[in-house]
Design a protein around this ligand. Sequence first.
Ligand code: DP6
Length: 328
Amino acid sequence: MGSDQSIRSACAISNPNIAFIKYWGNRDAHLRLPSNGSISMNLEGLTTRTQVTFDPSLESDILVLNGRRLTGAAFSRVCLHLERVRHMAGINTYAQVTSENDFPTGTGIASSASAFAALTLAATAAAELHLSERELSRLARSGSGSACRSVPAGFVEWQVGEGDHDSYAFSIAPPDHWDLVDCIAVVSREHKPTSSTEGHSMADTSPLQAARLAQVPAHLDICRRAILEKDFDRLAEIVELDSNLMHAVIMTSTPPVLYWKPATIEIMGQVQSWRKSGVPACYTIDAGPNVHVICQASSAEKVFQGISEIPGVNAVLRAIPGGAARLV
Ligand code: DP6
């Protein structure tokens, strides 16, 4: 394969992110142009490390994730992304992709976000494309929507945009802007039954999706302002409301999906009662049963302990605001 016979390699690391205002539904599923804008925080403490090596001696792409060679849907999705990079770079060399996550995959902790952010950065660097952060974010978006938000640092907004050219994410505040902590209650390590990609495609079948979308611009404004002003009470209210709205859509789609387990609901109730008693904490849940409990650093120990004691919680992971995707 390939006219250029040299082996080219690059390695990148990236953090997943937790959405405060969720991306749910696409207006163009192929390009992953979202139905709404979203806001998130990168999660330092959880890391994906990905090495991409374009090697003229390979006869196909190879994907090794956490030490296991993968085929099937995950592999095809990575090949498609490598195709995009090869097309941009004008090369036709196959690549070996070796990726490791230090957190459980497929449990609602957004492993596709850090996976496609790290893959985009490593593959474009190995292909000697020198892309701006904006171009990297756009390209990562086409692999997995939420991945565009793992490219820039800290607190990040993905603008909905009009098309491929302007649907990308940018930093609204650096990681050290606000010492929030995400205590992630792992309720299940099983692979989730309905992927977020499938979920996005069903979003418009819910009678509640249009109502949710109508609210998002106002929710983005409230969330952005709460972050910039470090107003935890305001952040807590909007984050829980937005998570509940997304899950209401998910539960009322055709077919309906219920991601929550009994422990998920138990944590939601506990977090609300902690907040009523003055502990700054709120919950948000992605497409899975695990619960992200966002709190201020001053109450992180208490929240961590409290969650750990809830029956059905297998483990609690901890993350702080994270940096941009970077080459190593
Ligand atoms: C619930 O980015 O995982 O986590 O674009 O199909 O890869 P694909 O979907 P993905 O969807 C994320 C959904 C979410 C909310 C969010 O992160 O905004």
